[in-house]
Design a protein around this ligand. Sequence first.
Ligand code: ZN
Ligand code: ZN
Length: 407
Amino acid sequence: MTTPEFLDNIDSQLEWQRDLYKHLHQHPELSLDEHETAERIGSELTGLGLDVKRIGNTGRVTVIENGDGPTVLARADIDALPVTEDTGLDYASTVDGVMHACGHDMHATALLGAARLLNENRNSCSGTYIALFQPAEENAAGAKAMIDDGLTTAIPKPDVALAQHVMPMPAGRIFTASGPVMSAGDSVKITVFGRGAHGSMPHLSVDPVVLAASIVLRLQTIVSRETEPGEFAVVTVGASNAGSKSNIIPDRAELLLNVRTYDTAVRQRVIDSIERIVRGECEAAGSPKEPTFEYFDQFPLTDNSEAVNDTVTEALTDYFGAEVVQEATPATASEDFSELPNTFGIPYAYWFVGSFDAEKYRAAEEAGTVLTDVPANHSPFFAPEIDPALEIATKAQVVGALAYLGG
Ligand code: ZN
Ligand code: ZN
């Protein structure tokens, strides 16, 4: 691939993007409620002379057909979070209790920029570019919703899919890796049953508080005793709720668990173990009723294709230089992006864009320490540096696409 000259100077386009980014940041909308965001994205695309397909209520897609060649699908998520912004930025959220605390405003703005650049420089590429703006990543509902709302028949079948995420990593760098880069995530609500009684008469009860406590402890052995050292699994009990008063033994307890894994076999084993331990503890306690398991917020594994990651990494390294493009370590966060390529049966690559105080990272690196005081995604202080993150994220989308469409 030859270096695309049209990327040398995108300053005037970046002005448009900065304004757009700040606007989206000031007007965040929660998952599946991204109506104004989707309208704005649609009107920007229309303004660029591009057709807009509406998928469901808040999904938007544009297909840029440009002769023979492969079809590349690039995806950005567009939803925000129920977080009260505390960044102090002059373009902070204007919506009480809602914030773009995961940088999806940056993803959407970068993808709009990439679509504009590729559309305006059609002579530098050949093939089809699909820019897809996906709602509701945060609750793992958006990719599935777009598929249910007819995505696969609304667009040509892509050959490859690309996506990226801004991360608390040094600004000015891009991080790529093949294989699992983000974990599968599963949440489960477990209800166990006891027999309620007066707090002074425990012999008449089956105490679900003691039962739940025993389950919480025993669950810790899934990772520490059942998972092979070196294999990755996280089992977190995020909530444990039972009872309302000191002198009443309640009749049920509820546990909310979160599971993260990098391997589908490990994932299944962990889930089987959770159910086995809960059933076993219920049996041991003399629980009068079978426990129930309700799974929700289930994120698939993000497992980068080696071939696609190699192709994209090589193109990014050619363009940005080896000091910018580095090897990523897998993140324990999760994503629903892979639902899209998995549905089409196509390979994909997902990479990270550093977006925070590069100086701070450099100082920490020199001191041999690990930086821990950078606000992570979902923090009320999450504030990616527009420059250079927006330019790098935009160019990364273009360069990734041109690795296939550049001829
Ligand atoms: Zn997020
Ligand atoms: Zn995110």
